[in-house]
Design a protein around this ligand. Structure first.
Ligand code: CA
Length: 232
């Protein structure tokens, strides 16, 4: 179900806990609970929920202390529920790694909206900057390139060249543009440099100028990257 998440609510107050669990389940989330900080820490590590809702006033350990303990071992998205509308305290909690906060009393609808906002922010799909063209996957964070799932070993310059072309899929890019944008050579420079790098890149991608799959030379103009299925 889209927007559905596995939540852990760490809250000692039975009435609040019951209310939140029921409301969040009605909204399609799977909800687990813990009533003490130590039980909450254990459950967070064992169950690996998508998001933790943490009450600050817990019977065994203060919630802000639990936040620090949890952050030492986990990046799980976390919303703090506090009875204290104290700006300095809230800033401290956000600095300590809370992703958002709610001041009690709050409604289940408010909590649900915050949960969805925090999960949207942290969603790996949206955070994933990888460029995919056909069977090529180019990840600028890890600087990894895969072709049909197989890792392709590129030099830093080859990587930059491929990434530049892939983010402009289907466009003919001039050698002049590549020299200024990838090589950062504003004037002059040798076209030959690009030809040589293109030929290395082609070899590593298992293709040639005569039989291109991804890298197409447009004679007298430049080069275009497209997926084999684009040509059809
Ligand atoms: Ca409490």
């Amino acid at each position: 179900m889209p927007g559905m998440a596995r939540l852990l609510i760490i809250e000692d107050d039975l009435a609040i806990r019951t209310l939140l669990v029921r409301a969040l389940r009605e909204r399609g989330h799977a909800v687990a609970t813990a009533t003490t900080a130590m039980d909450g820490l254990q459950t967070a590590l064992d169950d690996r929920p998508d998001l933790v809702v943490l009450d600050l006033g817990l019977p065994d350990v203060d919630g802000s202390e639990l936040l620090r303990m949890l952050r030492a071992v986990s990046r799980v998205p976390l919303i703090v529920a506090t009875a204290r509308d104290d700006e300095a305290e809230i800033v401290r909690l956000l600095d300590a790694g809370a992703d958002d906060y709610l001041v009690k009393p709050f409604t289940a609808a408010q909590l649900d909206a915050r949960v969805r906002a925090v999960l949207r922010r942290g969603s790996p799909e949206e955070a994933d900057p990888a460029v995919v063209v056909g069977g090529l996957r180019i990840d600028p964070r890890s600087r990894e390139v895969r072709l049909d799932g197989e890792l392709v070993d590129l030099t830093p310059r080859e990587f930059d060249l491929l990434h530049y072309l892939a983010t402009r899929r289907g466009q003919v890019i001039t050698k002049r543009e590549l020299l200024t944008q990838v090589w950062q050579i504003p004037y002059g420079g040798a076209d030959k440099t690009i030809d040589v790098h293109l030929s290395w890149l082609r070899r590593k991608l298992g293709e040639s100028a005569q039989q291109p799959r991804y890298l197409h030379t447009v004679r007298g103009v430049g080069v275009r990257l497209s997926a084999p299925e684009d040509a059809a």
